[in-house]
Design a binder for this molecule. Structure first.
Ligand SMILES: Cc1cc2nc3c(=O)[nH]c(=O)nc-3n(C[C@H](O)[C@H](O)[C@H](O)COP(=O)(O)OP(=O)(O)OC[C@H]3O[C@@H](n4cnc5c(N)ncnc54)[C@H](O)[C@@H]3O)c2cc1C
Length: 467
């Protein structure tokens, strides 16, 4: 299914756009505008688009792109709205919001799901788990499928079943010139390659098709919290355990502060802690053995690791990261987790300026490393760990301290960094060439020139087209 589609809006008025689309069209004068313009990261809450088009189907998306181009409006595409850098909104431009396009259709026999371009992971997990199936989704269930998958997609199932982008088998894309293009292994395969990690650079994905796997409904997973003093010991245990762990398990070490949850003793609330979080998608009865190293590593503050419904694990930390919190992330891929870095991370954790300053060390490898470097645009497959400095704050004037701390965390890792980075974990636009590496980057630039030569879609980790 590829072709040129009829609906085109020339120098239309907003009223003509309203008449043309099935979804809503809001401007600053309209009721509901303020709600509609809000994105997840409150740090971008001052941004005021001229128009927000909430699309109900591919035809609305085509009309919105056509209207934007005819009226010379900057386009911001919105899936789940979780871009930490604020890419899914634009001052004075047009937001093409796909959130009404959140349908999920599961084919249990074929183990496939077709997912609308505006769905969030909670919606996908809800539908797929009805059949005991799942695909790699995010650690927070309100995250959008679109931006997550197009950037790569790191989640609990990744070491067994690959990144989200590795499970993407096909997509429908509205291009800058208003065509709908199908991308699969057999149709426009280079576009599919680019959608697997190259971000929203090549067009607006209206529909994703994913491979599904048997998962749950009960898995073995969850967090164990320890005092911050155990950080060095835990990071070493985590490093050594990661080297031996089977692909069924995925782990994350988080240097953080204890959230004020009833499951954590009250005297620990707000205190600096280390949390190990993990999931085994294998047999539940094997979980105890697979995570045994973390039961003896240090005396826990709270041990919540055990059998848990997969959907519960997928939304466990949602309340800690609500829409509207101010946030900044900065990240790098690690070539190693050596003792010098471990000592540095444990020390900088203690200097965190607020309770929602987290140092995430993600265990990579497994199925991620099983995909060849050139097979997808998510080029860096070799890193054993990925470092992400995650910060959130509520008072506006706390921004500088939080951002400076996140930068310092990543700077502390410069010797152990692979030099590459995961583009979804940034609160700002980054240098795409160094993030992807020059070989992948060159291929992305050529693909961008084929599909979006004038860079219509630039509110993203941007690949600037070759001339
Ligand atoms: C609380 C939180 C938790 C997170 N957890 C994880 C995690 O566990 N693992 C992980 O890998 N990442 C995680 N992330 C990062 C996340 O992957 C990115 O923020 C991602 O871009 C979010 O996708 P979205 O659709 O919600 O974002 P949006 O803000 O809607 O879009 C992000 C980017 O994708 C583009 N885009 C959106 N929809 C489309 C579309 N349909 N077609 C083409 N382009 C589109 C946008 O234009 C923008 O450039 C998290 C982020 C947050 C805020």
């Amino acid at each position: 299914m590829s072709g040129t589609i009829a609906p085109v809006l020339g120098e239309a008025t907003v009223q003509e756009l309203r008449n043309a689309v099935r979804g809503s069209v809001l401007t600053p004068e309209d009721e509901g505008y303020d709600d509609a313009r809000g994105v997840w990261n409150g740090a971008h809450s001052d941004v005021r688009p001229a128009i927000i088009v909430s699309c109900r189907g591919a035809a609305d998306v085509i009309l919105a792109v056509s209207f934007a181009r005819s009226n010379d409006l900057e386009i911001a595409v919105r899936g789940g709205g979780h871009s930490v850098a604020g890419f899914s909104t634009t001052d004075g431009g047009i937001v093409i919001d796909l959130s009404p396009m959140n349908g999920v259709r599961v084919d249990p026999e074929g183990r496939r799901a077709v997912v609308g371009g505006g769905a969030v992971w909670a919606e996908v997990d809800h539908e797929t788990q009805a059949f005991g199936l799942a695909t790699t989704g995010g650690l927070v269930s309100t995250t959008g499928v679109a931006g997550f998958t197009l950037g790569g997609g790191i989640g609990w199932l990744m070491r067994k079943h690959g990144l989200a982008c590795d499970n993407l088998v096909a997509a429908d894309v509205v291009t800058a010139d208003g065509r709908v293009v199908h991308a699969s292994e057999t149709e426009n395969p280079e576009l599919l390659w680019g959608l697997r990690g190259g971000g929203g650079n090549f067009g607006i994905v209206t529909s994703f098709e994913f491979t599904l796997h048997p998962v749950g409904p009960i898995v073995y997973g969850g967090p164990i919290f320890y005092p911050a003093e155990a950080a060095v010991k835990l990071l070493r245990v985590f490093r050594d355990w990661s080297a031996e762990a089977p692909d069924e398990v995925t782990g994350l070490l988080n240097l953080t502060s204890a959230p004020p949850l009833p499951v954590i003793p009250e005297e620990w609330h707000g205190k600096k802690v280390v949390a190990f979080l993990g999931l085994s998608s294998g047999a539940v009865e094997d979980g105890e053995r697979l995570f045994a190293a973390f039961r003896t590593a240090a005396e826990p503050v709270a041990d919540l690791l055990g059998p848990i419904p997969y959907v519960a694990l997928q939304s466990l930390i949602d309340p800690l990261w609500p829409k509207g919190i101010n946030a900044y992330f900065k990240s790098t891929n690690l070539a190693r987790l050596d003792d010098a870095l471990i000592e540095a991370l444990a020390a900088i954790h203690l200097e965190a300026p607020g309770p929602q300053c987290e140092i995430h060390v993600h265990q990579m490898g497994g199925a991620i490393a099983g995909v060849g470097e050139g097979e997808t645009a998510f080029g860096d497959r070799s890193m054993p760990f990925l470092l992400n400095a995650v910060t959130g704050w509520h008072e506006r004037d706390h921004a500088d301290a939080h951002e400076a701390w996140a930068r310092a965390v990543v700077a502390a890792a410069s010797d152990a960094s692979s030099g590459r980075a995961y583009t979804n974990f940034f609160g700002e636009e980054i240098d795409a060439e160094s993030a992807y590496g020059s070989e992948t980057y060159r291929r992305l630039v050529a693909l961008k020139a084929d599909y979006d030569a004038t860079n219509v879609f630039h509110r993203n980790q941007n690949i600037v087209p070759s001339s």
